[in-house]
Design a protein around this ligand. Structure first.
Ligand SMILES: CC/C=C\C/C=C\C/C=C\CCC/C=C/C(=O)SCCNC(=O)CCNC(=O)[C@H](O)C(C)(C)COP(=O)(O)OP(=O)(O)OC[C@H]1O[C@@H](n2cnc3c(N)ncnc32)[C@H](O)[C@@H]1OP(=O)(O)O
Length: 289
């Protein structure tokens, strides 16, 4: 069996120490917002998002995620699980502060990093699974739908709510959503900006399973990844690619255009205004709690 040695991690207090003695995690100074561990026994990698309070996806987190995804694949991990160190938020999606009154160069790097991370995850050769242990709006849902399997804890929400913020879910956000949800359900939900409760998400197939604890969620993901143990990894990867190549090629060929559309949209004064109001609302709500 492959024993994986190259791992990235950060030591942070919000994640309880794993009792699993076979889990290897090394500290690297560059990992600020993620922990990346590989179980030497199963060969399964776990990428834990850790950017309190809500794991909003900024340039640095997206870059770290991509590096972890690459490491998992380069080291031929048996599979990859994505989860969160928070008890209530998987990820709150894209960091709105990256898009609100942005700096020119940074916002370009930010969107490019999102494209790269998504292509790495969506096109990953190894089995991927999301243990959704909290809310997963917008970009959170994007990460979940890029994985091959999703398990969620009860009483949280997931969906593409962009229209409610006055922005548009890009085509590649929508196409990944369409892989798991029937077209009519998807069109209605995304135009409404609907956030599904866990139970609703399970009902429409947006998540595959619902369990009560994070440990159970991780175990379910491991089970999913384990289901490929008798399958040739090369044959599996090429077969997966057949299902996903179209979206990947489309984005790869249109990266610059996609970036320009993104910039053109978010820089519109009406969009900036809507985002400002939305952020203000979030801050007011947060202060009340
Ligand atoms: C024709 C056009 C074609 C193509 C289109 C091309 C381009 C389109 C252009 C743009 C596309 C952009 C796509 C965008 C995707 C996104 O992901 S946008 C982000 C969407 N996310 C949300 O709406 C979630 C917002 N957050 C929440 O609902 C809640 O925070 C929560 C349910 C996730 C968690 O709730 P709580 O635990 O109660 O936490 P608080 O709400 O109190 O938040 C704490 C703290 O965090 C700040 N915050 C929350 N979310 C974000 C965020 N996404 N970004 C930045 N900051 C966030 C919140 O303001 C609080 O801050 P403080 O008050 O503590 O400072």
């Amino acid at each position: 069996m492959n024993i994986i040695r190259t791992v990235r991690s950060v030591a942070f207090s919000s994640i309880p120490n794993r009792t699993l003695s076979t889990t290897r995690s090394l500290s690297t100074p560059s990992a600020q917002y993620t922990a990346f561990e590989v179980n030497d026994k199963t060969g399964i990698a776990t990428l834990t998002l850790n950017r309190p309070p809500v794991n909003s996806l900024n340039l640095e987190l997206l870059t770290e995620m991509r590096n972890c995804l690459k490491d998992a694949e380069t080291n031929k991990c048996k599979g990859l699980i994505i989860t969160s160190s928070s008890n209530s938020v998987f990820t709150a999606g894209l960091d709105l502060l990256e898009m609100y009154q942005p700096q020119d160069e940074r916002v370009k790097s930010f969107w490019t990093a999102l494209q790269s991370m998504w292509m790495e995850l969506y096109g990953s050769k190894i089995p991927t699974a999301a243990a959704i242990n909290g809310h997963a709006p917008a970009g959170g849902c994007l990460i979940a739908t890029a994985c091959e399997y999703r398990v969620m804890l009860p009483n949280f929400t997931i969906g593409l709510n962009e229209t409610l913020i006055g922005i548009v879910a890009p085509k590649w956000f929508v196409s990944a959503f369409l892989n798991v949800v029937p077209r009519r359900v998807a069109e209605q939900a995304i135009t409404q900006g609907k956030l599904f409760t866990t139970a609703e998400a399970h009902n429409v197939g947006l998540v595959d399973d619902v369990v009560n604890t994070k440990e159970e969620a991780i175990a379910k993901c491991e089970q999913f990844i384990g289901s490929f143990k008798n399958v040739n990894p090369y044959a599996r990867a090429l077969t997966k690619q057949q299902f996903r190549i179209k979206e990947l090629q489309e984005l790869e060929q249109q990266r610059e255009k996609d970036l320009q559309i993104f910039l053109g949209l978010i820089m519109q004064p009406s969009v900036q205004k809507a985002m400002g109001i939305y952020l203000e609302g979030l801050k007011k709500k947060s202060k009340k709690q």
